[in-house]
Design a protein around this ligand. Structure first.
Ligand code: WT7
Length: 587
């Protein structure tokens, strides 16, 4: 039987999980069918923003609250689907007024504020490419990303503009306009007020004319070598966002859904904007940073029914103990899920014991665009496992053959996690790096760079990364970017960076530094170097620890062997080091 599921929207009161018949769908589902159910009329147009807001209006949900924003000083703002449709039309008209055209990049550097959401939706309607920049990045990562994206327009706040952008503008030849969400530019050329422009724009627009393959999103992510890579996603990704939101997060119309991820990273866009809106839920956005008491109060007071968060946050809640939970009624909470880093079995069980249900781990990446593997609601949770692939997704554990191609490994064997291409939210390229893009594929598999195993029941278990990128508090950090900044300090001859296991953040960033002749290691110099890195990189990316070494271990070709630094940090016996040295990423 062919897939006909999405038109029959699940209802809020239905006790059955959304993905109740995963086994049948595994054989009968096709992305082409799912795609055929969506689509901006007429014909083969497809637009994320239209699917997210205008479709809901057309289907009679215009008055439903789409976005409920909680400000850090306890302000509240609500936007209905009809209001989001109208305001995003306006912002698309603003962009058009600046001559922003199909495929032009528009960046946002801001925290979780309503303007970010209007910018994303307006971009998509105008056919522009939305590119979020994490607001805790320092000036250096911001400069690199703005430069590489060649963004013509940036939306940001006055404070962030003054702190991170103004001094760089002469180095950003492509950046024509900056729109401030909380003020105007005064006399400064190329700086204007977001809200004045929005107020002056027209409410109406013709239907978007984007096609499924048109670029919609640019997400910068990190690799082992080189600067960050810009992963490009197309409008068609919305087919996967919508369906995986329904299946893996159990979203249904009427849900109150809270995604704690920041839209500066892929989760905060795929599951913090697109999946919830295309599933007609009320999206809760909290501008404030983590605070155990506030989080429990938000879950209770906003009557959150589906919650998507991350292991670091869960571990912080565990650490905070039961007191902040007292007096909060979480009985509306139907489903809790987690993503971004390994979810330890203790955290799954803590959810069960303390909040009345387990956390459901999900696995995916910036490149996959949407959830691939999950402990969906109808699947028995195995604490410590990432779950099973969703319908439409085939996952396998493989080994790259030295001669090219891949070989599938038997159950229980450790290897690289691979996914059979294609699916709608698979990235379409790395910005200006076709070769790197091609190297992610072998035969008809996408190779994730993660090491994992599969058990006899088809559950996948995360083992680690095959490369040197670091996950700290759920954020993916590339060693190169940090090392490069340290190397700019006059005292530094060599720098190497690793993730050092940490009880709460998963890993913290630790740097190893060899000094130039004439400099002596001291506590003062250590503090200076960490401060130097913080100023340029921002607190989320800068090393937390720094150790001096006389020399850093290097390959014959002169590359720093981070794996040896890691082994040293963990006190691994030297016997193991010879095998570590043979890993391909070190050669
Ligand atoms: C990397 C991707 C997940 C989307 C947002 C981050 C790690 C992701 C899990 C999980 C263990 C996980 C992987 C992956 N990761 N989910 N459930 N268990 N590790 O996307 O920044 O591109 O990071 O996050 O190593 O490759 P990203």
């Amino acid at each position: 039987m062919a897939w006909t599921g999405m038109r029959i929207a699940p209802t809020l009161g239905d006790p059955a999980p959304n993905l109740v018949d995963a086994e049948r769908l595994r054989t009968s589902f096709s992305w082409a069918h799912a795609r055929a159910e969506l689509g901006t009329p007429p014909g083969d147009r497809l637009n994320i923003a239209w699917e997210a807001v205008d479709r809901q209006v057309q289907e009679g949900r215009g008055d439903v609250i789409a976005l409920r924003w909680l400000g850090k000083n306890d302000e509240r703002q609500e936007f209905s689907y009809a209001e989001l449709a109208r305001l995003s039309n306006r912002f698309a008209n603003v962009l058009e007024g600046f001559g922003i055209e199909r495929a032009d990049r528009v960046c946002v550097l801001a925290g979780r504020i309503p303007e970010l959401y209007l910018t994303a939706l307006g971009c998509w309607k105008a056919g522009a490419v939305f590119c979020p920049l994490f607001s805790a990045f320092g000036p250096e990562p911001v400069r690199v990303r703005l430069n590489n994206s060649q963004a013509r327009l940036l939306v940001t706040t006055r404070l962030l503009y003054e702190r991170k952008i103004r001094a760089l503008r002469s180095q950003l030849p492509h950046l024509e306009q900056v729109l401030l969400t909380d003020g105007d530019g005064g006399d400064e050329p190329g700086v204007q007020s977001f809200h004045s422009l929005l107020a002056a724009a027209a409410d109406h627009r013709p239907l978007p004319t984007t096609g499924p393959g048109d670029a919609a999103l640019l997400h910068f992510t990190s690799g082992t070598t080189g600067a960050s890579k810009g992963a490009i996603h197309a409008h068609e990704a919305v087919v996967a966002h919508r369906l995986t939101g329904c299946w893996a997060l159990d979203l249904r119309p009427g849900d109150i859904y809270w995604c704690t991820a920041d839209p500066g990273w892929v989760t905060g866009v795929s599951y913090g904007i697109i999946a919830p809106l295309t599933n007609a839920v009320t999206l809760v956005v909290d501008e404030a940073e983590f605070d155990a008491r506030r989080w429990y109060a938000t879950l209770a007071q906003e009557r959150v029914s589906v919650w998507y968060t991350a292991p670091t946050a869960i571990r912080m809640l565990m650490k905070a103990g039961p007191t902040p939970l007292h007096g909060h009624d979480l009985s509306t909470l139907r489903f809790m899920a987690s993503v971004g880093e390994p979810l330890n079995p203790e955290a799954v069980l803590w959810g069960q014991e303390t909040l009345g249900q387990p956390f459901h781990d999900t696995w995916w990446q910036t490149e996959t665009g949407a959830i691939m593997i999950a402990n969906y609601r109808s699947l028995e949770v195995r604490p410590g496992s990432m779950g099973r692939p969703l319908p439409g997704i085939e996952a396998a554990i493989v080994r790259r053959r030295p001669t090219g191609g891949v070989e599938r490994l038997a159950n229980g064997k450790e290897g690289e996690l691979a996914l059979r291409i294609p699916w709608p939210s698979l990235f379409r390229g790395y910005l200006d790096d076709e070769e790197r893009y091609r190297s992610c594929f072998a035969d008809d598999w996408y190779l994730s760079g993660d090491l994992a195993t599969q058990d006899d029941d088809g559950y996948f278990w995360f083992v680690g990364r095959a490369d040197d990128v670091i996950k700290t508090a759920g954020h993916l950090i590339g060693p190169f970017e940090v090392e490069n900044v340290l190397m700019e300090h006059p005292a530094v001859a060599e720098a190497g960076m690793i993730g050092k296991p940490d009880e709460f953040a998963g890993n913290i960033i630790k740097a190893f530094v060899a000094l130039k002749p004439g400099y002596a290691a001291s506590d003062a110099l250590r503090k200076e170097l960490i401060g130097f890195a913080r100023t340029r990189l921002g607190p989320a990316v800068a090393p937390r620890e720094l150790e001096f070494m006389a020399d850093l271990p290097k390959t014959r070709s002169g590359k720093i062997m981070r794996r040896l630094l890691r082994a040293r940090e963990l006190g691994q016996p030297l016997d193991d080091l010879s095998t570590l040295m043979e890993k391909p990423s070190e050669s």
